[in-house]
Design a protein around this ligand. Structure first.
Ligand SMILES: Nc1ncnc2c1ncn2[C@@H]1O[C@H](COP(=O)(O)OP(=O)(O)OP(=O)(O)O)[C@@H](O)[C@H]1O
Length: 288
């Protein structure tokens, strides 16, 4: 599976929203898509899904374009809007999609088991909670065995239980080799799910903001009898003092810093890499 986007541009009337976006997603990648309100996340997803006309640029999935019906064999969408039929049951929805895609009934049952919706799948959707509806939408999105699923803010409105279950489900689908793109405003959830996080800013897609090489700080457990804060102030390096440990700034050369500490009588007990929090990167990048 390979999704390739080359120089994608999108305008609403005269307002440019996507300004030449290019990327490739390969089989089994789990990508988080981040950006403030109005940045263009939904527009990007809708364009990839063929829901927006592509005026400039190219989108290709396994060699097919969104103007070819074969394209839709490989991709599915978990929309942020609920488009379910209230009077119909979850099973009715699944059976409907199965008929269109000529999927055997046994596969509906397998999906019901995987998503864990057996106990309510025969009830009308109007009786479902928000989380139950979300589960049904996910069941629908995987029934067609897509190679890639785009999820637009799938955690919105979920309680902690459903959030944990959805995270687990995303991991399971990812473990099965499905590529997933998740857009969400919840940075903690995203950080927990993947280290591959893409940012949208000013119509551009930034894919290397969370380079692990650049984002690793270190936590140093130390032993020191004197006033450590006083000493570190003289070092010229940025740091954060925690209980019995020093958190370095990601730009600090750790070897040089450790040498400096030792030379100034600080005992080193342990040095542990700490990834920079996504929220910090976000704040810096979007100047929050
Ligand atoms: N159908 C449309 N017609 C005109 N403008 C639109 C349309 N859809 C989106 N826009 C505009 O395009 C920009 C990007 O919107 P989009 O919904 O893609 O952002 P988003 O990153 O998904 O935002 P959010 O996080 O709020 O969902 C916004 O300025 C929005 O007002």
């Amino acid at each position: 599976m390979e999704l390739t986007v080359v120089n994608l541009e999108k305008k609403y009337k005269t307002k440019p929203v996507l300004k030449g976006i290019s990327f490739t997603i390969e089989k089994g990648e789990l990508i988080g898509l981040v950006g403030p309100n109005g940045a263009g996340k939904s527009t990007l997803m809708r364009s990839i899904l063929g829901l927006e006309e592509i005026e400039k640029g190219q989108v290709t999935l396994n060699g097919y374009h969104p103007t070819d019906s074969n394209y839709f064999k490989y991709i599915s969408f978990l929309p942020s809007d609920n488009y379910l039929y209230m009077q119909l049951s979850g099973y009715d929805h699944l059976a409907f999609v199965a008929t269109i895609y000529e999927i055997p009934t046994s596969e509906i049952d397998a999906v019901i088991e995987l998503i864990g919706i057996r106990s309510y799948v025969n009830q009308p959707v109007k009786s479902y909670s928000y989380g139950m509806r979300q589960h049904l939408l996910i069941a629908l999105s995987i029934l067609t065995k897509p190679a890639i699923i785009l999820m637009d803010e799938p955690f919105n409105g979920l309680d902690p239980t459903s959030t944990i279950e959805l995270k687990q489900l995303i991991r399971t689908l990812h473990g099965q080799g499905i590529s997933i793109v998740v857009s969400t405003h919840n940075l903690d959830i995203l950080e927990d799910l993947t280290s591959k996080i893409w940012f949208i800013k000013d119509g551009h897609l930034i894919t290397d903001k969370l380079d692990p090489e650049q984002s690793t700080a270190f936590e140093i457990k130390y032993l020191y009898d004197g006033d450590i804060d006083q000493l570190l102030l003289t070092s010229g390096y940025d740091y954060e003092l925690k209980k019995n440990s020093i958190l370095t700034n990601p730009s600090t050369d750790i070897d040089v810093y450790l040498k400096w500490l030792l030379e100034h009588g600080v005992g080193i007990q342990a040095v542990t890499p700490v990834n920079r929090r996504l929220e910090e990167v976000y704040k810096e990048f979007y100047e929050v």
